[in-house]
Design a protein around this ligand. Structure first.
Ligand code: BMA
Length: 372
């Protein structure tokens, strides 16, 4: 059973007419029962909207692209189809060190500006965190030592260091505030792709119980110790073989708001597997009353000129996912771009994808007023 709250909506009319009956608007609460009003609204809109269309998202969309870095108003996606994405992905790796810029050389002060810009336009922001390995001091990809997760849990030798990492994260999250003091709701997606073993929180590096405890400790710390109430918590595996594998390390319905999966198109059979994974995540999300999304994607768009309309759209259409987010367009390695830019071989296919009634970009998201 999902919890419900009943928010009374007072109309201006009520002030002038004593006998006006105030209609009640029923809203579902996310896992954080003290979530801010805007966060609750976003949660409810995303739950409903996923039946009507799929938002398009792009990592670092406003930060850089083909031939440009940090130029106001620019976006490779917009330059191709005339509209911004509806979902904006941001990465906070190295924030935990107290650094001024991320592992992808993006200044956190600018990320904050862009998060506010996207929010004020009516878009959705999601944050990933490739935080460094607290036990070895290496990167998030340092999988040389098992036991890192155990070391950051209460009682572990790196617990205090991990809470310092969380303090840096909390400071940043609490700085995501508009001029009138409204916190910007965030889909927070830490410890992703844990069904693989390329990050220190990956499956061969910790037990399911340790992984779940990492989530629970992190959420409790951010929510209860740091008083952060503008996050929706997003769980995202990599590709997986069965529902059991998908749920093996699932922290719990009381922790997670969004069920996601990441899947890059790098091997034959991708469409079939994508279909199976999307079907499973969509069904589970429906059963649990959660948001479903393809939280990270990327394909061979230089060569596969039907990737947008066929591989992604046709495959995902039946499943009512909230969004699909493709990874970044790194200026210094533009051949690795996962979204098109003007002149890109997949431009025409992307425009068709954009024009399909199923896809939702910024203008449509803005019209949906996701925060109220
Ligand atoms: C990976 C690559 C890296 C990047 C990391 C974090 O998929 O794009 O270059 O540093 O994500 O954004």
């Amino acid at each position: 059973m999902k919890s419900k709250i009943y928010i009374a909506v007072l109309f201006a009319l009520a002030a002038t007419s004593a006998c006006t009956i105030t209609p009640a608007k029923e809203l579902l609460l996310p896992t954080d029962k003290q979530a801010t009003e805007e966060t609750v609204h976003l949660y409810n809109h995303l739950l409903k909207q996923q039946q009507q269309g799929m938002m398009f998202g792009h990592q670092d969309d406003l930060a850089y692209g083909k031939g440009w870095i940090d130029e106001p108003g620019r976006s490779d996606v917009k330059e191709v189809c005339g509209d911004y994405p509806a979902v904006y992905g941001w990465e906070l790796g190295h924030l935990e060190l107290g650094n001024a810029y991320s592992l992808d050389s993006v200044y956190f002060d600018r990320i904050r500006d862009w998060i506010l810009e996207a929010y004020e336009r009516g878009g959705v922001n999601t944050i990933s965190w490739h935080l460094r390995n607290p036990l070895t001091g290496g990167t998030a990809w340092d999988v040389s030592t098992p036991g890192v997760v155990a070391s950051v849990l209460p009682g572990g030798e790196k617990h205090e260091l991990y809470t310092q990492y969380l303090d840096h994260l909390a400071d940043f999250l609490l700085s995501l505030k508009t001029d009138n003091g409204t916190y910007v709701p965030i889909l927070f997606r830490p410890f992703h792709e844990h069904t693989g073993s390329w990050f220190w929180w990956g499956k061969d590096l910790c037990t399911p119980e340790e992984y779940k405890a990492l989530w629970r400790f992190t959420q409790t710390y951010l929510r209860d110790t740091k008083n952060i109430h503008h996050l929706l918590y997003s769980y995202s595996t990599d590709r997986f073989k069965s529902q059991e594998k998908y749920l093996e390390r699932y922290p719990g319905d009381d922790v997670i708001d969004l069920l996601g999966f990441d899947m890059y198109d790098r091997s034959p059979g991708y469409r079939d597997l994508l279909d199976k994974c999307a079907a499973t995540v969509s069904r589970l999300a429906k059963e649990k009353g959660k948001i479903a999304a393809m939280t990270e994607a990327g394909g061979p768009i230089e060569t596969d000129t039907e990737w947008w309309t066929v591989t992604i759209l046709k495959t995902l259409k039946p499943y009512g996912l909230s969004y699909v987010l493709v990874w970044r367009n790194p200026t210094n390695k533009i051949w690795e771009a996962f979204a098109p830019y003007p002149g890109h071989p997949s431009e025409a296919d992307f425009i068709q994808f954009y024009n399909d009634p199923e896809t939702i970009f910024q203008q449509e998201a803005t019209a949906a007023k996701l925060y109220n």
